[in-house]
Design a protein around this ligand. Structure first.
Ligand code: BES
Ligand code: MN
Ligand code: ZN
Length: 487
């Protein structure tokens, strides 16, 4: 874990100095940097190797500090996301050096230093993320020793913002860790175990429903999807109660499908290993609770639910044509066992809405391949039944560097889910697949304000960004944290 600190003394304690350079009209300048940087900048500029283009990085060596890393900002005044991207670019360069203790100098021209320092720290930490648990020796491309300490140097008062950024970045790393675990390393019980840890560390209330409880409550979606699996299902419910009386309640629900083979409607073999990521919604929700547990917001109660199971074929598995009964009594004709996410989410949503009477529900799910057809890997699909809350979640995501795009709902789509033999069917023909899945979920939230994020395209292979390495992105954690902080 990289230790992060801040300073306003102007002293540089790291052996490596990070400087951020704007591409100005009259040549490159490094205001506020030590003289060694000016020299290095002159050389870099004269050689033509460094033009301070956005994301450009130049590493030089000097007597003191030993290593100088110049990071280009481009010509414009950088704002929020620009600082995350600059941090990510710096991280990539740092990992290729032997830097251990790094001082990042926030330039004096920054208008909002606390905001910039926080985004920069986020970008640096998220960009340094690696998952090496199952690998033997050190990575030959990244020389040991690893980065151990990061000091952010800037004006007085940046400390709290940087500390909050560190909390978020560590939570995102935690979500990525859960997702990077293989299907045999992260089972439904692992969600329960992690929730137990969070509950103990931060004094949250925890309830874990097992198969018996699900049967008793009539959660036919979770029970049905789980039928082909040897791993018992879990419904994890983690509750944070705010100090303030009459605080509104936010319910978070995250899809925790720890491996999705498709079930009897089996997926093609090629790429199926990626379906270990089908739990990224659940991971995002638990990671957001890690932040909630640490920050203990005064103005909002937060309840997190993760329905968790595998979806596998087997002699007891759900079959196409089977009819199940969801929590609350609605029956569903299961046309395709690979549209399992909506079945487990429906039980959790219906149960959560009834039990916690939330003022807002936000759910995150790697729900449909169709959202990748619609939006690619650059934005999540956002759907909901309440314009104001949809806008607030869109805005939170935009601030966090996790953009979403709203898609419509409506009775014409709902009609496509009519079944001849049950209340609903779980799929229709392929058209508007993301909307149909959301329309299915909508049946289970009633009139409660609800926002759904389909993160199938962004939970991994998320749009190319310097601070998002290959593999799971942790998408959604920062949107949720931004939203919660806005209450
Ligand atoms: N987990 C998948 C959705 C998915 C697909 C996520 C690709 C990430 C990448 C989901 O359970 C699923 O299989 N959905 C089906 C629905 C279809 C059968 C209506 C899909 O998208 O193909
Ligand atoms: Mn599926
Ligand atoms: Zn799935």
């Amino acid at each position: 874990m990289i230790a992060v600190s801040t300073t306003s003394s102007g002293k540089i304690s790291g052996e490596t100095l990070l400087c951020f350079i704007r591409a100005g009209e009259g040549g490159l300048e490094a205001p506020g940097c030590p003289p060694a940087v000016d020299k290095c900048l002159r050389q870099a500029g004269e050689s033509g190797d460094f033009k301070a283009r956005k994301g450009q990085v130049y590493v030089a060596y000097a007597p003191e500090p030993r290593r100088i890393v110049l990071v280009g900002l481009g010509p414009d005044e950088p704002v929020g996301e620009d600082w995350r991207l600059a941090g990510g670019s710096a991280a990539a360069a740092l990992l290729k050096t032997g830097a251990v203790k790094v001082t990042a100098l926030l330039p004096p021209f920054v208008a909002e230093p606390a905001v910039a320092a926080a985004a920069l720290s986020e970008g640096l930490l998220l960009g340094c993320y690696r998952f090496t648990k199952y690998q033997g020796g050190p990575d030959p491309e990244e020389p040991a020793p690893a980065l151990a300490a990061l000091e952010v140097s800037g004006p007085r008062g940046i400390g709290p913002a940087v500390r909050r950024a560190v909390v978020v970045a560590r939570a995102v790393a935690g979500a990525r860790d859960m997702a990077n675990e293989p299907g045999n390393g992260w089972t439904p019980e692992e969600f329960a175990r992690r929730a137990r840890e969070l509950a103990a560390e931060h004094g949250l209330r925890l309830k874990v429903l097992d198969l018996k409880a699900m049967r008793r409550l009539g959660m036919g979606g979770l029970v049905g999807v789980n039928q082909g699996s040897a791993q018992p299902p879990r419904l994890v419910i983690l509750e944070y109660r705010a100090a303030a009386q009459k605080a509104p309640t936010l319910l978070l629900v995250g899809k925790g499908l720890t491996f999705d083979s498709g079930g009897i409607s089996l997926k093609p073999g090629s790429g199926m290993e990626e379906m270990k990521y089908d739990m990224c919604g659940g991971a995002a929700v638990l990671a957001a609770m890690e932040v909630v547990g640490q920050e203990k917001p005064r103005g909002v109660n937060v309840v997190a639910m993760v329905p968790a199971t595998e979806n596998l074929p087997g002699p007891a598995a759900l079959k196409p044509g089977d009819i199940i009964k969801q929590y609350g009594g609605k029956t569903v004709e299961v046309i395709n066992t690979d549209a399992e996410g909506r079945l487990i989410m429906a039980d959790a949503l219906a149960y959560g809405v009834e039990k916690f009477r939330p003022d807002l529900v936000v759910d995150l799910a790697t729900l449909t391949g169709a959202v990748i057809i619609a939006l690619g890997h650059h934005r999540a699909g956002l759907l909901g039944n309440d314009d104001q809350w949809c806008d607030r979640v869109l805005a939170a995501g935009a601030r966090a560097g996790e953009p979403s795009w709203r898609l419509p709902l409506g009775p014409e789509y709902r009609k496509q889910l009519k079944s001849r033999v049950a209340d609903l069917k779980n799929v229709d023909k392929r058209d508007a697949g993301t909307i149909l899945a959301a329309a299915f979920l909508q049946e289970f939230v009633g009139d409660t304000p609800w926002v759904h994020l389909d993160i199938a395209g962004t939970a991994w292979n998320f749009t190319e960004k310097s601070y998002v390495p290959k593999g799971p992105s942790g998408f959604g954690v920062r949107t949720l944290v931004e939203l919660i902080r806005s209450f």
